[in-house]
Design a protein. Sequence first.
Length: 195
Amino acid sequence: MSTVATPRSTRLDGVKVLGLMVALMWLSEVIDTAAGNRLDQYGIEPREGDGLVGIVAAPFLHSGFDHLISNTVPLIVMGLVIAFAGALRVVAVTAVVALASGLGTWLIAPDGTVHIGASGVVFGYATYLLSRGVFSRNLTELAIAAVVAVVWGGALLGGLLPEEGISWQGHLFGAVGGIVAARLLARDRARGASI
């Protein structure tokens, strides 16, 4: 199966979109720290109407700089691979993954909890990269999947285990979202769409 090369300007646009998302995460944490962590209340609150705002806000909110750094590194590394396919690709994958992670968390996480962080997006990026080669049957994408499995496989499996203070629900549904995004976008590529 042949693939069409992505123009350099499109790759650069994808990298810019990823950079903007990461910059917003860091800016949000700086503001949150200065405000005494008051922004964290806008995370996902399961089955609460107000908690739906968290589906959009949660990936940009973190419980401190350690949490933010632990999400930033894999987000940038895997996000760059996705961003090289262009801005539309990174936006589409991020939207599907964040929506799946957020809604899944909102539906099944325990009452009285607030879920924040970009780890659902990280898990979605990982499973997107793991599964897209299977759907596209592209050798380069299968090789990337192998690297992701070797580097992050253990963390991915460990992150799905229930643990106090860790939103395994966000991880699980983010991972599901990554597979869904890979399947949906593989169909678009097969039809010649530009995403």
